[in-house]
Design a protein around this ligand. Structure first.
Ligand code: UD1
Ligand code: M6R
Length: 371
């Protein structure tokens, strides 16, 4: 039932304040004034010791689920101190990459039925790794075959383009980082700030959803373009990949997510006065580096659309012609949840305006159960 919405993708984008609330329900424990706040993930509690002792955590997934893991990787590395590596399921299988008993392998999948992810799970089980699932589907193959895991509880997702599952996956993996990370005094303030940030996240999502009309206007400007680049780095490298994936799969427009640190190693050659470029430059440890990327793209006459934190428009925009998308600022590791939303809206409106099928893009299936 689409309710007041025209498409499931639209409904699922706008439902994110509620889906995130459900994802976090019963899992954030807010202590009294003197007591520490904490996170409880019932599905992981019996295996936390093993996870903390593992030599490496390997995230495995496809498409949007892979991107969600990429968004959560920095906070997991920071709080756990354990090396975290990333594997696209098909590539892990192609390489028959080494997986050891000392590894924790985390399988991320909305449907829990993706063929490559499931085969990678079998491979990791045979190699003796502890296998953890993060899925939206209770009773799915991945939920059943992993040793333990977490249901993201985002509610049924119908649109082929994954939207609300992506933001709930990031929220779950941030909570996972909080439960795995050791509870040292030195990280206590940071941890509390993230927990506060999670509690307030649905409100901030509600705020960013107000950009709907602005994104529709932007889509009108971009309707006839051949291509769109999205530059990000740090926590928002994943946002660049995910924004580009959405534009590609539903709007059927070529789009590429680019790690801004790689700009001079090739992508800069594409820049001219015609190609539209989204640069994600919200406040975090990479902000000044992104300011310099904007300057350099501007020097090559790049057609810039800058996403920045509220109030930063004048400090990030190099000229009148630069468009800005101002988003609410949240704790740095949660910012990818906010930043992806204008890009989801942009992909949605581009698709409608270009007259393509929103909920069932050509050639794609919701759950890819064949290799
Ligand atoms: C569970 C209940 C929830 C209840 C709550 C109360 C289920 C599905 N969840 O939620 O309804 O409100 O307790 O305490 O009954 N698992 C995997 N692989 C996966 C995902 C999950 O093995 O990919 C396992 C978990 O390790 C766990 C079980 O499935 O044993 C349920 O996981 P989850 O729903 O995340 O647990 P809770 O949040 O504790
Ligand atoms: O169900 P899964 O999360 O395992 O699916 C993985 C990908 O097939 C999926 O995310 C795909 O990339 C989506 N259509 C993206 O919107």
């Amino acid at each position: 039932n689409k309710g007041k919405y025209e498409h499931y993708m639209q409904k699922e984008i706008h439902e994110q304040p509620e889906s995130l609330t459900t994802t976090m329900r019963g899992r954030l424990i807010r202590g009294g004034s003197s007591k520490a706040k904490s996170v409880l993930l019932g599905g992981l509690k019996d295996n936390l010791k093993t996870i903390r002792r593992s030599r490496r955590i390997v995230f495995i997934g496809c498409g949007t689920s892979y991107n969600a893991a990429l968004a959560a990787r920095p906070i997991l590395e920071e709080l756990s101190g354990i090396p975290v590596s990333m594997e696209i399921a098909s590539d892990l299988l192609d390489r028959q990459a080494p997986i050891y008993r000392e590894d924790t392998a985390v399988f991320v999948s909305q449907s829990g039925e993706t063929a490559d992810t499931l085969l990678a799970l079998q491979y990791a089980l045979e190699n003796g790794a502890l296998c953890v699932g993060i899925t939206n589907t209770v009773g799915s193959a991945i939920a059943r075959h992993t040793h333990c895991g977490v249901h993201i509880n985002a509610g049924c997702e119908i649109g082929v383009a994954s939207t609300k599952a992506y933001t709930s996956q990031i929220a779950v993996m941030a909570m996972m980082a909080l439960v795995i990370g050791d509870d040292t005094i030195s990280s206590q303030a940071r941890r509390n700030a993230i927990i506060d940030g999670l509690v307030d996240l649905p409100n901030k999502v509600r705020e960013v959803l107000k950009l709907d009309q602005e994104m529709k206007d932007l889509a009108k400007l971009l309707i006839a373009e051949q291509s769109l680049l999205v530059f990000g780095r740090g926590y928002n490298y994943a946002t660049a990949l995910e924004g580009a994936l959405k534009v590609k799969e539903v709007a059927l427009m070529h789009s590429e997510g680019i790690l801004a640190g790689e700009m001079k190693h090739g992508p800069l050659a594409l820049v001219d006065e015609n190609l539209p470029i989204v640069v994600i430059a919200t406040r975090d440890g990479c902000f000044s580096k992104q300011q310099s990327v904007i300057q350099q793209l501007h020097a090559r006459k790049g057609r810039l659309i800058v996403m920045c934190s509220k109030g930063d428009a004048s400090s990030v925009c190099p000229s009148e012609s630069c468009r800005v998308i101002e988003v609410p600022q949240v704790e740095d590791c949660l910012q990818p949840v906010i930043n992806v939303i204008p890009l989801q809206l942009l992909a949605y409106h581009l698709t409608v305006l270009r007259g393509h099928n929103v909920d069932q893009p050509r050639n794609l299936a919701k759950s890819v159960t064949t290799q």
